[in-house]
Design a protein around this ligand. Structure first.
Ligand code: 3PG
Ligand code: MG
Length: 402
């Protein structure tokens, strides 16, 4: 996909007094009615301020959680409004619905340049079903549709796909930036390309691994999933988290990598402990020396150094998933060290680095380098599906819109 395949805000024309339905991601973590991480809110600032400054009536359309088509007050988007107003530095109003004539009448009364959050799209059963009747009722509220929620683009819902087909549709600034970054990283990358794929389980990332061996020159496997590959290769991983039943699958992936001339990097030294808790006694050992009562919880310093050398030879990096159990010290060491190398190479202009996925963003924030990567996606599922090479319906609908 290239940036020319869909229309952006550059193509939108005069929006004065137009009602613009902007699909954003307000699916933010909340505790006791307060937003605890505002990353996704910050992502919508460019689009919302640009449209409001041009005199549009900006209507924010989003889901929150999974209320499964029922109006459940604990899934209301109203508590997000104060945090959004602070982030934007502007007044933000709220309407208790997102479809139908009554709400449409209300949106007509809004002042030019105003910003209004509409209630959770998933209060309607037709949202996830992308039901035509709901799309029509939603479309009454707006004259134009802008999709700025890449993180919901893997969902073929009324507010992502349906509206893009019914109203003139454009990609918002965050969506545009994200698609351009992803295209540079895997669509049309500068080689050599490295991918870091980590996390607990091979089973949740099988399609990602299969796709990566076809696309990249170096596949760095970390986290619990590395144990599954090591075990498949005959290494005794002791009590480590490991999917022994996936040995054949892991070997098939290694075989496919060989065929595709992709070098797979598994750790050859690891940090082990007998208990999984903060700061237990640890040993750093060769992978062949893991004791029967020990668990691998991070990759070792020699492996990190070798991986840093690999990154130094690469032009492009895609990162999903931590290398160790990074939330529990000291098993964050390898992830932090390699992330810092990637950040430094990026700063020197030697590497284009793109990272995404829930845990990954947390890990890079923990390493203090999220701002130094070329691009960090706030998307979880959508980022993974993109890495799997899947078509994202929300993006596809923008491309087909005329
Ligand atoms: C996310 O949090 O990944 C997006 O907002 C999509 O949410 P969903 O997984 O409930 O569709
Ligand atoms: Mg999700």
């Amino acid at each position: 996909m290239s940036d020319n395949d869909f229309k952006t805000l550059d193509d939108i024309g005069d929006v004065t007094s137009k009602r613009i339905l902007v699909r954003v991601d307000l699916n933010v973590p909340m505790a006791n009615g307060e937003v605890t991480d505002d990353t996704r809110l910050r992502a919508l600032i460019p689009t919302v301020t640009e449209l409001a400054d041009k005199g549009a009536k900006v209507l924010l359309l989003a889901h929150f959680g999974r209320p499964k088509g029922e109006e459940r007050p604990e899934f209301s988007l109203k508590p997000v409004v104060p945090a959004l107003s602070v982030i934007l530095g502007r007044d933000v109003s709220f309407l208790p619905g997102c479809a139908g004539q009554d709400m449409a009448d209300e949106t007509g009364k809004l002042a030019n340049g105003s910003i209004c959050v509409l209630e959770n799209t998933r209060f309607h059963p037709g949202e996830e079903a992308n039901d035509d009747a709901l799309v029509e009722q939603m479309a009454k509220l707006g004259d134009i549709f802008v999709n700025d929620a890449f993180s919901a683009a893997h969902r073929a819902h009324a507010s992502t796909v349906g509206l893009a087909k019914l109203l003139p549709a454009y990609a918002g600034r965050s969506m545009e930036r994200e698609l351009n970054a992803l295209d540079k990283a895997l669509g049309n990358p500068e080689h050599p390309v490295a991918a870091v794929v980590g996390g607990a389980k091979v089973s949740s990332k099988l399609d990602v691994l299969r796709q990566m061996v076809e696309k990249v020159d170096h596949l760095i496997i970390g986290g619990g999933m590395a144990n599954t590959f090591l075990a498949a290769r005959g290494v005794d991983v002791g009590k480590s988290l490991c999917e022994h039943d996936l040995a054949d699958t892991a070997n098939a992936i290694l075989e496919a990598a060989d065929q595709a001339h992709c070098t797979v990097h598994l750790p050859y030294d690891v940090v082990v402990a007998k208990e999984f808790r903060p700061n237990p006694p640890t040993r750093t050992v060769n992978v062949h020396e893991v004791g029967p009562d020990e668990m691998i919880l991070d990759i070792g310093p020699a492996a990190v150094e070798a991986l840093s050398d690999v990154l130094k030879t690469c032009k492009t990096l895609v990162w999903n998933g931590p290398l160790g159990a990074f939330e529990t010290p000291p098993f964050d060491v390898a992830t932090v060290a390699l992330a810092k190398t990637a950040a430094a190479l990026t700063k020197e202009g030697q590497l284009l680095s793109v990272a995404g996925g829930g845990d990954t963003v947390a890990a890079l924030n923990h390493a203090g380098v999220a701002d130094d990567f070329s691009f960090v996606s706030t998307a979880g599922g959508a980022f993974l599906e993109w890495m799997e090479g899947k078509v994202l319906p929300g993006v596809e609908a923008l491309k087909q819109s005329d």
